[in-house]
Design a protein around this ligand. Sequence first.
Ligand SMILES: [Mn+2]
Length: 447
Amino acid sequence: MRNRSFASVLLLLIVAISAAATERQPNSDYRARRTALSEKTNGGTVILFAPTEAEGPNDLYGFRQEDNFYYLTGSKEPGLALLISPAQPASANSPARPYTEILFLPGHNLSQEKWTGPKLGPESPDAKERTGFDRVAKLDTMRDELVRILPQPRASVYTEQGKSSASAGPLEWLSRANAFPNYVGFADVNPLLASLRVKKDAGEIALIRKATDASVAAHFAALRTVKPGVTEREISALMQYEFGKRGCERPAYAPIVGSGFYSTVLHYSEDENTIKHGDLVVMDVAGEYSMYASDITRTVPANGHFTARQLEIYNIVLGAHDAAIKAFKAGASTLSRSGSNSLYQVAMDYINTHGKDLHGEPLGKYFIHGLGHYVGLNVHDAGEVNAPLQPGAVFTIEPGIYIPEENLGVRIEDDFWVNERGELINLSGALPSTADEIEKAMAPNQK
Ligand SMILES: [Mn+2]
């Protein structure tokens, strides 16, 4: 009895810790994505591998699951593999088969588990309940399962073949082991997954909102702290602390705090200067919450007051931001740089018809990046740039003007969600964006 209660306390503790670590959507959400994917493969089978811990992308923050694999499984564990195959009618060589999904789990590496903690093993009696897959199996059996499941003598397999993909090596081994029939065609699963991932479900929106709320709080803290003499690094550290305190596991991208000339450097992330009187400070900083990114930029005057020239450029960028929002039409507008429905073009036209540089030239040539990108499991999330923005899309609107000659860079970036009614919702809209609001928010720290 005493042992049992100790064990259950320990179990509760582990469950409590893992719940705090990452919020996971219900198993049914991930299963719905797998069945939706299987309906796009024309009878083909999907095979995907998660990276191993050794391949894990991030030395700094530890293993992070690959986006597509996480999207389909909600599992953060390394070294897994999945198979998804739609229902098949009977053919001359193969009997009819229902929809099939299997999550393959590697056997334990007990010495590795001493370093990075216990992993879910195929022998775990609750592996099916925890992962929500119809079947879980030992990774070692994958070759034989493929021989059993893939139709003969012709099969189509959707996967990721690029050298950088975690699937490339294992697929090569499976080919050597004759897991595939004689006539096997491999196709890229990425476009199919991108077409699903671009439409966020309610659970994803809730996580993106949490990432964004935490990042908005971090920007508020920065607004209260920026002043001449403070370093870019202190602002970056403060913001990471603030969104980390609110549950973000890591920054969604390398934080950018650039003052003076460095406000004009798009991906400046050294963050090594001291903020000076008269500088503008571009802060492009946001956190990742339970695997979902946010992406927010604000530009503020170091001493709490825009100069006349800074204000002029600031208001042109804000005008371009607002013009794009106003022009938005669900099902028509795109993030493409061209075409009659391009929001980029709306912002570019606004910038080109307002203000001039020191040589009397229009300002369009200083808007040197796209207007926005999708946001989700990746800060630059999967999705077709030329496709009309549909309900479920989450994307940034982030015009900018960067004039190195004037040490003057301005970017204003918010995250938007197209809701079920086709309305554009500004998820980061709680943050000040007009020059007035920003000056007001910064007033207390200038004393
Ligand atoms: Mn961005």
